[in-house]
Structure formats: structure tokens, C-alpha cells
Design a protein around this ligand. Structure first.
Ligand SMILES: NCc1[nH]cc(CCC(=O)O)c1CC(=O)O
Length: 325
């Protein structure tokens, strides 16, 4: 055995202390949308850290939410269905960060985990996909709208009490196909999700937030990691969008103040305008026959307090009480 080989196999104090960047592992669901999001985070991290993307692994993790196709998710146990198995992997150290649609992340996280940052938010609006026509007004009386979202169902009924809303689940491609094949007259999807899949052209109309408020977190990609993992938190800080973080702090505090389950139609949207964060919030009766809205603003440093205040205000409203909030 040569002396050279010997040197390589027994690390000297000098080589042991040389900072070799640890391999980062991203955990994600395996749906096309989730993979797009994970690749976006991978690319952003690679650019910020000056590393090849191949040095940042993507691990696909199957969640309970991926296996349920036949029932409304709200009936199957609600929030956390798309995140539990991924959070277990984080807590057990099998991955270093998890990438989620912010909309799918529960307001209460397991001890030791937090949302460390967000990618810059995409378009927050809902898109309307129609069998025929170019807008809501083109839907005939009594038309059948498919969605699994209580928020979308209630807001559609509020705008158009004549419509029939029925359960439509599945991934984006499945839902588009059900409308194209004529099983439904319309469906609603996040415009951000359609765009990420290269399907923005499938939207027949985009609903303005003034008349149709998105879900808390819609259009935002959240990055979760262990609170105590300083190196990964620092890497995430290098790619995190400040304004999206402020808006999501307000929206998530709003939801937390209101939400016991996801059996309630709730919508909320925060935007940063200079030094202020503005929040619009809405809770509806399931059939859209009643609704309570609030709008308020606060300095950006008080985003979470703004959300809590708006949530508390709506919790005391008539529709919220009717829903048992
Ligand atoms: N509930 C599933 C889900 N989670 C995030 C998105 C879209 C992307 C986003 O809102 O960021 C979707 C699909 C949809 O609502 O159309």
C-alpha cells in the first residue's frame, strides 16, 4: 500500500475541518404540481448557493391525501393529509426541507418544525374552466359546477345561487378532462397551478379577487424545515421572498383564529403595500346564502396580529356562528 493511499483513507485534522457543504434533501409529494414546486426550490437553492442542482436531492413521499380519491378531503380528516408523512421524514432527519403548496399546510405544525420561507408568490386568483363560453355569465341556469373546495362551492353559490355544485376531485388534468368530456359544465382551479403545469391556456376566465377571494396561501410555495437546523434555515433565507412571508403571516394567523377544521368555507388574501399589510377575509355559509367579510391593514411588523384580529372579528359573525365556529 503506498503512502498516498494511506493519506486518503485516514483523514487529517485539516481535511476533516474543511467545510464540505452537506447534501440537501428536499421532500415532496409526487404529483406534477408538487414536483414543479420542488424543482423550483431546487433551482433557486442551487443558484443561491452556487451549487449544481444535482447536488440537491428530491425525495418523493406518498401522503395520505394522495391515496384518497373518493371522498371530499374535508370529510377524510382535513388539513395535514398532504403533509403528515413528509413532516415525519423531516422530524426523522430523512430529508432536510419540505416543499408544499402553502394552501395545503395546516396552521399548527408539529413541534420542532416551522415554515422557514416562501418562494415569490404567483398569481393568487382562481381560474374558471368552462365546457363552453368565456365567463361566469355564460353558464346556463342550473349548470353543474364541479369542485372539492368548500370555499369555491360557497362563493360560486353566492354569486350564482342557481348553480348546482357537485364534488369533483382528482389532480388538475383529471378535473380538466371531466369538464372537456362534458361531465361538468365548469370547474375552478388555482390559476397558479394551471400556469405551473403549462396549462394557463385552459383557463376560460380568471376571477378577480374583489368578487372571488382565494384560499389562504393560494399561489405560494412554502418551505418547511426543522427549527434547529441552522444551516438549512440559512440556505432557505437566501431564497425566501420577504413580502410573501409577510402576507402569509397575516393570512395564516387569520385562518388559525377562525379554523377548527376545514369544514368551513374561508377565504383570505393579504398584500403588502409599502410599509403596510392589507388583509381581506371572508367566511361563508356552506350554500353561500350568508357571508361575513372584513378588511383591515397594519404595519408589516404586525402582520400576524392583523390576521388574528380579522379572524377574531369574523368568528363572532352570524355565518361563522351558524357553522359552529
Ligand atoms: N388543493 C390542491 C392544490 N394546492 C395548491 C394548488 C394550486 C397551486 C397553488 O394554489 O399554489 C392546488 C390545486 C388547485 O387548488 O387548483
Amino acid at each position: 500500500m503506498s503512502a498516498d493511499t494511506n493519506i486518503q483513507t485516514s483523514p487529517s485534522p485539516a481535511s476533516a475541518s474543511k467545510a464540505v457543504a452537506p447534501r440537501l434533501r428536499i421532500g415532496t409529494r409526487g404529483s406534477p404540481l408538487a414536483l414543479w414546486q420542488a424543482h423550483a426550490v431546487q433551482a433557486a437553492l442551487a443558484a443561491a448557493l452556487g451549487r449544481p442542482a444535482e447536488g440537491i436531492a428530491i425525495e418523493i413521499i406518498r401522503t395520505t391525501g394522495d391515496t384518497i380519491q373518493d371522498r371530499a378531503l374535508s370529510e377524510a380528516g382535513g388539513k395535514g393529509l398532504f403533509t403528515k408523512e413528509i413532516e415525519d421524514a423531516l422530524l426523522e432527519g430523512r430529508i432536510d426541507l419540505a416543499v408544499h403548496s402553502a394552501k395545503d399546510v395546516a396552521t399548527v405544525l408539529p413541534e420542532g418544525l416551522h415554515l422557514s420561507g416562501y418562494l415569490p408568490r404567483a398569481d393568487v386568483r382562481d381560474a374558471l374552466i368552462l365546457k363552453r363560453g368565456a365567463g361566469l355569465d355564460d353558464l346556463p341556469a342550473g349548470a353543474k359546477v364541479g369542485t372539492a373546495s368548500l370555499r369555491r362551492a360557497a362563493q360560486m353559490k353566492r354569486l350564482r345561487p342557481d348553480l348546482k355544485v357537485e364534488l369533483l376531485r382528482g389532480n388538475v388534468h383529471t378535473r380538466l378532462a371531466r369538464v372537456r368530456e362534458g361531465d361538468f359544465d365548469a370547474t375552478l382551479l388555482a390559476f397558479a397551478g394551471l400556469s405551473r403545469l403549462g396549462l394557463a391556456h385552459e383557463a376560460n376566465a380568471v376571477l378577480e379577487t374583489r368578487s372571488f377571494l382565494p384560499a389562504v396561501g393560494q399561489g405560494a410555495v412554502a418551505i418547511e424545515c426543522r427549527v434547529a437546523d441552522a444551516a438549512t434555515n440559512a440556505a432557505i433565507a437566501a431564497i425566501a421572498c420577504r413580502d410573501t412571508g409577510i402576507a402569509l403571516a397575516a393570512e395564516r394567523a387569520f385562518l388559525a383564529a377562525l379554523d377548527g377544521s376545514c369544514r368551513t368555507p374561508i377565504a383570505g388574501l393579504a398584500t403588502v403595500e409599502g410599509d403596510l399589510v392589507r388583509l381581506a377575509g371572508l367566511v361563508l355559509a356552506l350554500d353561500g346564502s350568508d357571508a361575513a367579510e372584513t378588511e383591515d391593514s397594519a404595519p408589516i411588523a404586525e402582520a400576524a396580529a392583523l390576521g388574528a384580529r380579522c379572524g377574531g372579528r369574523l368568528r363572532d359573525s352570524a355565518p361563522a356562528r351558524a357553522l359552529g365556529l
